[in-house]
Design a protein around this ligand. Structure first.
Ligand code: GLN
Length: 549
């Protein structure tokens, strides 16, 4: 069903106030999911105020995970939420930063496209923001646009000005402002406080934006009088002050939002009607998460282990693997540097599976190699993702071939570069190139690439007998094909390669219950309703292993 009348899609702008990290991305994703469940088509996009062109060059400490799209864009991790909740494949055009806007404005200025005008934030920057918000759309009923940052930040002003203009140009029939705030509980007063919300709504009003709906994050029920007060002071109808209470599993948010009337109010705002949403699949997922039949302990040996946002999709994908196996996956975060001094066996004793995720740089790499060695020798299920595959190959070259000088040229010159820089490869029927000393931003193998799986391999089994797969990449280095023959003879099978046979995509140990390294990031394509087979099968192998120990 398409509710779209003439006049284009309905834009829902989602802003945040009071504090960051309130879960605006999740709120946008969950609203998208509920609207879909009512039969509408949606698209969700993120506009980020920072000056970086994309988050690809930002440290995970600063920005969390970099989410890669099929079309090879390095984007904000919120796009991962959008994909997981709506299953709509995100595109490059769904992730925009101030850096991109300014680069394009400056390009147009140099090209003389402004015809002698003085180039200014208003109208040139704001016009481009509006253009980007509305470009590359199909016939979506709703476009949800999340504005990054918090209202009041200097950086987000041009975005807020642009959405103010969108309201003026497209009218309330086509635009809605949804503002997410925090309603804190002050224990000493024994009260919920509405003042921060009032202030942040006023901040928006100062910019000419009147919020239409308030979404109030709170750790407990919000009593009717507090909602009445916020409605009155914020100039919003009381039924549009929606409580967004903490949930035990994030996959319950589509259910709790609906129960709180969020989607009903969105539709009533636009004067639209629809049947009740079909939320059965969300109910089922929430129930499965709440009632696992057992637990399984999996160690993640990485660098940013204190910062879960750095591994957002990975954590989700492991949880999906748990859902598929009806178990709760308990993660043990192990800083790779801490297992470099021969303590891997001690630290990893008793875990049912070991996962080494993607990573960059030499620091901690010996710990990852030690973890891969432990998994190989002790026959513990091992799953190496990107860097985790590369380190497994280094380990195999040292341990199985006796090449003590084996390493990755990412860390500098070495005797046996079993992982090295590839400067040319094919993508479809195009040749792509990169330079050893090229820019850091955007010189990686990025986005969806095909791989062909070897018949009779473990990984072909994992993928249910499929021979051709497509997965997302983000890396600069590749396993060196020059070592393939020797490694295969020693038991490390190259069970997945690019269609032209040039790039190794998957390796697996033949004499091992479950030892797989993949050059891509399968976690980016895992969904709660459709867990990625590599995670389902890795968790299944870990469950089997935990019955052994
Ligand atoms: N640092 C490695 C490379 O650039 C691996 C990257 C990754 O794990 N995403 O190839």
């Amino acid at each position: 069903m398409s509710e779209r009348a003439s006049g284009g899609p309905r834009f829902i702008f989602i802003t945040g106030g009071v504090a960051s990290s309130l879960g605006k991305g999740l709120a946008s994703a969950a609203l998208g999911a509920v609207l879909q469940a009512r039969g509408f088509s949606v698209r969700i996009r993120k506009f980020d105020p920072y000056l970086n062109v994309d988050p690809g060059t930002m440290s995970p400490y600063q920005h969390g995970e970099v989410y890669v799209t099929d079309d090879g864009a390095e984007t904000d991790l919120d796009l991962g939420h959008y994909e997981r909740y709506t299953d709509i494949v995100a595109r490059r055009s769904d992730s925009v930063s101030t850096g991109q806007i300014y680069s394009e404005v400056l390009r147009r200025e140099r090209a003389g496209e402004y015809l002698g005008a003085t180039v200014q934030v208003i109208p040139h920057v704001t016009d481009l923001i509006k253009e980007y918000m509305a470009r590359d759309l199909g016939d979506e009923d709703f476009v949800l646009v999340e504005i990054g940052g918090t209202v009041g930040d200097i950086e987000s002003l041009p975005f807020l000005e642009a959405i103010r203009q969108m309201r003026l140009e497209r009218g309330p029939e086509r635009t809605m402002f949804c503002h997410l705030t925090l309603v804190p509980y002050i224990p000493s007063a024994g009260e919920l406080k509405t003042k921060p919300t009032q202030h942040s709504v006023r901040e928006l009003q100062n910019l000419g934006i009147q919020a239409d709906i308030l979404l109030c994050r709170c750790d407990r029920e919000i009593p009717a009088d507090a909602r009445r007060k916020m409605a009155l002071f914020c100039n919003i109808r009381q039924e549009r002050v929606i409580p967004a209470l903490d949930v035990d599993t994030t996959y319950a948010t589509p259910l709790t939002y609906h129960a709180a009337g969020f989607d009903d109010q969105v539709l009533s705002f636009f004067g639209m009607e629809s049947l009740e949403p079909d939320l059965a699949k969300w109910r089922e997922i929430a129930e499965r998460v709440r009632a696992p039949e057992g637990n399984v302990r999996i160690a993640v040996v990485g660098k940013y282990t204190v910062l879960p946002d750095a591994y957002k999709s990975l954590i989700e994908a492991l949880a999906h693997g748990g859902i598929a196996n009806q178990v709760k996956v308990e993660l043990e975060w192990i800083a790779s540097e801490e297992v470099e001094d021969g303590t891997a066996a001690e630290t990893l004793a008793g875990v049912a599976g070991i996962l080494v995720p993607g990573g960059f740089g030499e620091r901690g790499s010996e710990g990852k190699i030690a973890a891969a060695r432990y998994a190989r020798l002790q026959k513990v299920p091992y799953f190496g993702i990107c860097f985790g595959m590369q380190m497994a190959v280094v380990e195999a070259a040292r341990g199985l071939l006796g090449l003590d000088g084996a390493s990755s040229s990412e860390f500098g010159p070495c005797e046996d570069p079993v992982v090295g820089l590839l400067t040319e490869w094919t993508h479809g029927n195009k040749v792509e190139q990169r330079k050893a000393n090229g820019d850091m931003g955007g010189t990686m193998r990025l986005g969806a690439y095909e791989a062909v799986l070897a018949e009779g391999s473990l990984v072909a089994d994992v993928y249910g007998g499929r021979r051709n797969i497509q997965e997302r990449h983000r890396h600069r280095y590749e396993v060196n094909m020059a070592y393939r023959r020797r490694l295969e003879a020693a038991g490390l099978r190259f069970s997945g390669v690019s269609p032209d046979g040039q790039l190794p995509e998957i390796v697996e140990l033949v004499d091992h219950p479950w030892y797989i390294g993949v050059q891509f990031h399968p976690e980016l394509k895992s969904r709660p309703m459709d867990p990625h087979p590599l995670f389902t099968e890795f968790v299944a192998a870990a469950v089997k292993q935990s019955r052994l120990v």
